[in-house]
Design a protein around this ligand. Structure first.
Ligand code: HMG
Ligand code: MG
Length: 298
């Protein structure tokens, strides 16, 4: 069975632009987010309040957020710690995301912490956000494979998911950070999570398309009852602390598939393609999305 509606969590402005070599001017980022909202996206991850030396591409979060804060859409932002939360709350952010890792190697590379130290760092962030009625997403990276550790055992993923939910996260996003997942693995992980009391309705899926599996993995997840899917306009993306990661599932490719399945997203595909084509000219290279390429040459 497939859902009748899918919520798309757009990550292009954050997961996409955090990985660009060139720094995109703040005004272009704001225009990108405005155009995504205009195309009908309702959840648009805007930026990260992380250490500017760790992700210089998003060091303009303080300047960017006020430029888009009034848009009538949800604008989640990444916060790794209380310092990040302070910065986000000071600007009026109402949705934040912490980002954990299922593996020790990536926790170290991305957060300079062990898995448990990172969870301890998030605990007061989630606690304070909840007292302020701020919505909290918990990302979990390396849910399938890790560039240093290889395949990641299911119980290891389940354990960190449970910890994030137990500390109060409202939803989780399962990250295939380096894009190595295949549909059978997705089904197995969702089943293991369901058995541990983490139903698909609390989960989003976050696929990178390194091996061309993002759309197949998404379909498998939808068939298991997941209704929140992360995607990135034009297929922008990667992760600066996981070198083998390439772009996220392209939002246009996702919308094309969902439209064919009769699943409502409320997105104007023409406007979205035009936005990604416009962004590609700013980045100086064509979008990797097949749908963007197909529809921009019509
Ligand atoms: P650290 O070096 O251990 O930081 O980094 P610290 O806690 O020791 O603090 C050192 C200094 O940094 C202090 O300043 C802090 O104030 C400052 P000093 O006292 O020395 O002058 N500092 C900050 N400044 C501004 N904003 C902050 C902040 N925090 C500390 N928030 C830290 C630890 C977590 C900060 C660092 O590792 C970091 O910023 N990491 C972020 C990495 C990142 O953003 N990665 C990409 C996002 S995750 C991803 O892409 C995966 C995802 O898409 C899902 C998937 O695909 O799997 C979500
Ligand atoms: Mg990602």
């Amino acid at each position: 069975d497939l859902p009748t509606r899918v919520r798309i969590h757009e990550v292009g402005a954050r997961d996409g632009l955090q990985n660009e070599k060139a720094t995109v001017p703040t005004e272009i980022k704001a225009e990108f987010i405005r155009r995504l909202a205009d195309a009908g996206l309702t959840t648009i991850e805007a930026t990260s309040f992380v250490h500017p030396k760790w992700v210089p591409q998003l060091a303009d979060a303080e300047q960017l957020f006020p430029l888009v804060g009034d848009l009538p859409v949800a604008l989640p932002v990444l916060v790794p710690n209380e310092k990040g939360l302070d910065r986000a709350l000071a600007l009026g952010a109402r949705r934040v995301a912490v980002f954990a890792s299922a593996t020790e190697s990536f926790a170290k590379a991305n957060l300079n912490r062990t898995v448990d130290e990172a969870l301890a760092m998030f605990e007061p962030v989630v606690g304070r956000a909840k007292t302020e009625s701020v919505h909290v997403r918990g990302y979990l990276s390396m849910c399938f494979g890790d560039p240093w550790e290889g395949a990641v055992p299911l119980p290891q993923v389940v354990k960190v998911c449970r910890a994030l939910l137990d500390m109060g996260c409202d939803e989780l996003s399962l990250g295939d950070t380096i894009g190595v997942a295949t549909p059978g693995h997705v089904v197995a992980l969702l089943a293991a999570l369901d058995e541990a009391g983490v139903p698909p309705t609390t989960l989003g899926v976050h696929f990178h398309d390194t091996y061309g599996q993002a759309l197949s993995n998404t379909l498998a997840a939808l068939q298991q009852g997941v209704t929140t899917v992360d995607a990135s306009a034009g297929g922008l993306g990667g992760c600066p602390y996981a070198k083998s990661a390439t772009g996220n599932l392209a939002t246009e490719d996702l919308v094309w598939m969902l439209r064919g399945l009769g699943i409502d997203t409320g997105i104007d595909l023409g406007r979205l393609v035009a936005t990604s084509a416009w962004m590609a000219t700013h980045l100086g290279r064509p979008s990797p999305s097949r749908t963007v390429r197909a529809l921009s040459h019509e």
